[in-house]
Design a protein around this ligand. Structure first.
Ligand SMILES: *Cc1c(COP(=O)(O)O)cnc(C)c1O
Length: 428
């Protein structure tokens, strides 16, 4: 891997010329508006294959074939999509289900996991977890009303968790550890294999949220013996806004756990229409209602793009691009009041790079909206003072990174950000 960089534009252009993934950039929708998109960690770009797929499903299947499409095609769509996802996360097709939202899947699996370990009361997460995850866990605790306690691993530096303190929780009372594998603010990445083994050593289960990992960093759920996982498909997997999420249950656990939302699609034989619920014997027990075909179909096409590019190639390129951005930060941005808010070691980092700045919000607004810069750049802002630069190796280039650093420099040096209001938009 080439991790020595230089500061000029020609250098970036040269790297793009020899990049074997550069042709994938053309496989995504590009509007005539020229922007640099660095928010693939929040909403991935539209693959052209997905656009064509949506049009085809609407016209040929919904439009022409109507209800016949269920038997002709639609029942297979979630199954094929799950198999492709399984390949991306290092699992077996029978262990993965594409359905519902990440939050709902978390609800189903936290309940299932706690019921599996009913005499233990302790649940561990961390202060970096996505707020929705913490809300869901607390909702389950309230529902069970069984004395469960949630403890959060703290952090000394605000970027990496205090892993020593995890040791305090590894007791006979520990039921479940549930963490985001890559944390959404700093991009800190847990060592999934080690933490999973530590949970197992004290008889607890583990549930990983892969929302910021799937399609971004290597995942080997089977090899690392992970019990449960969930994740979303609209970030690095480019499934589309609000596209259905996925869940994973390790093969040997599927028969031991239950879903507590007993929907007809989770029943063994939904089309018998029996009033007695008999759960499915497969991962389908975690399905609830009718699969949203219009939303799942484009995910399948998007996963094909990721698999065609090759997971190893993507991993290598996202490391190169994020190291290059940190190199440019060291050379140009550190002196302008920015501070690196992601781990420096790429082994401990996902696919975005976060920078802090006291004017982060207004800088972000200027990047997105200013007419006084050569190109707009779309990163995102996370309170209180963080700009996240999401790097998607499928469609980002070295030149994107180079130009971003130049444009950020210009916005600070010209004080362009002062033309923007500090009032927060509703989606940041
Ligand atoms: C994006 C994200 C979610 C999203 O949950 P939804 O139910 O799809 O809104 C959940 N957890 C993490 C860690 C995320 O990054």
């Amino acid at each position: 891997m080439e991790l020595k960089f230089s500061t000029g534009r020609n250098y970036a252009l040269k790297r793009d010329t020899v990049d074997s993934l550069s042709k994938f950039r053309e496989m995504f929708f590009d509007s005539s508006e020229n922007v640099i998109y660095l928010d693939g960690n929040s909403l991935g770009k539209l693959p052209l294959k997905s656009r064509d797929k949506i049009v085809g499903v609407v016209e040929n299947q919904w439009g022409s074939r109507l209800i016949r499409s269920w038997n002709e095609e639609w029942l297979e769509v979630p199954i094929r999509t799950a198999a492709k996802l399984a390949e991306i996360i290092g699992a077996k097709p029978e262990e993965v289900l594409v359905c519902d939202s990440t939050s709902i899947n978390l609800y189903k699996l936290v309940l299932a996991a706690l019921k599996l370990n009913e005499d233990r009361r302790l649940i561990v997460s961390d202060i970096f977890n996505f707020p929705s995850d913490i809300y869901i866990i607390n909702g389950v605790i309230e529902l069970l009303n069984n004395g469960h306690q949630l403890r959060l691993i703290n952090s000394g530096n605000g970027i990496t968790p205090d892993l020593d303190s995890l040791g305090d929780y590894l007791t006979e009372d520990l039921s479940l550890i549930t963490l985001s594998h890559v944390v959404f603010k700093s991009a800190y990445k847990y060592d999934m294999e080690t933490i999973t083994a530590r949970a197992h050593n004290c008889g607890a289960n583990i549930l990983w949220d892969l929302s910021h990992s799937a399609g971004a960093v290597p995942l080997e759920l089977n090899k690392w013996d992970v019990d449960f996982a969930i994740g979303c498909t609209y970030k690095y997997l480019n499934g589309g806004p609000g596209s259905p999420a996925f869940l994973y249950v390790r093969e040997d656990l599927i028969s031991k756990v239950q879903s507590y939302i007993h929907g007809w699609f989770g029943a063994n034989e939904p089309f018998r229409f029996s009033l007695d619920y008999e759960p499915s014997y497969t991962i389908n027990k975690f399905a609830v209602g009718t699969p949203p075909i219009l939303s799942i179909s484009p995910i399948e096409s998007a996963l094909d793009v990721t698999l065609d590019a090759g997971l190893e190639n993507l991993d290598k390129k996202r490391i190169e691009l994020s190291e290059y951005l940190i190199f440019l930060y060291d050379h140009h941005l550190a002196e302008l009041g920015f501070e690196l808010y992601s781990p420096r070691d790429y082994n401990q980092r996902g696919s975005h790079v976060s920078l802090r700045h006291s004017e982060a919000y207004r800088i972000c607004q200027a990047l997105i909206k200013s007419n006084n810069i050569p190109l707009n750049v779309i990163p995102d802002f996370r309170a209180p003072d963080i700009i996240r630069f999401g790097i998607a190796p499928l469609y980002n280039s070295f030149e994107d990174i180079y130009l971003t650093s130049e444009i950020v420099k210009q916005i600070i040096n010209s004080k362009e950000y002062q033309n923007f209001s500090p009032e927060l938009d509703s989606v940041t």
